[in-house]
Design a protein around this ligand. Structure first.
Ligand code: CMP
Length: 140
């Protein structure tokens, strides 16, 4: 089924000048880019985006980190996009990520792990609408 997912290129991706590399690999893996922008999240916006993790010990650091520099949210479309993108980027911890995945290749740590990918179809819809309004992108 044709699906959409939300990727975010995180501040470490931009700082290390890996944007072209990651987007190039993403396109070669068959994902179509539907919408993309450059944003600097406010502390409050990062808190809201990651609210699902607010009880976790890493939450404050994660919020601090995600608001520390520019990010690039990207709406991607492909058959089975949500699951396939998670597989493409690899496990949260780069030490556990499969060979050839984005995080195995480029991530420094669990926090500085280059890219985010939605973890379900429902989450993807919520995350896409967090960054992109219906007026800006055509909906299915
Ligand atoms: P992401 O896919 O953006 O979703 C939640 C983020 O929290 C995750 O990537 C990591 O950057 C971060 N994260 C998850 N687990 C840990 C952890 N154990 N320590 C630090 N950061 C974590």
């Amino acid at each position: 089924m044709l699906e959409r997912t939300l990727a975010i290129l995180k501040p470490d991706c931009l700082r290390k000048h890996l944007v072209g590399e990651v987007i190039g690999r993403t396109e070669k893996a068959g994902f179509n880019i539907i919408a993309m922008s450059v944003v600097k999240l406010t502390h409050q916006a990062a808190r809201e985006f990651y609210a699902v993790h607010k009880a976790r010990p890493f939450y404050d650091d994660l919020v601090q980190y995600m608001s520390s520099g520019n990010c690039i949210p990207i709406v991607l479309e492909k058959e089975n996009a949500v699951e396939d993108f998670r597989e493409f980027i690899g496990a949260t911890d780069p030490k556990e990520a499969q060979e050839g995945t984005i995080r195995k290749l480029f991530a420094a740590s669990k926090q500085e792990n280059v890219v985010h990918g939605s973890d379900s179809r429902g989450t993807a819809q919520w995350e896409i609408s967090f960054f992109f309004s219906r007026e800006l992108i055509e909906t299915e």
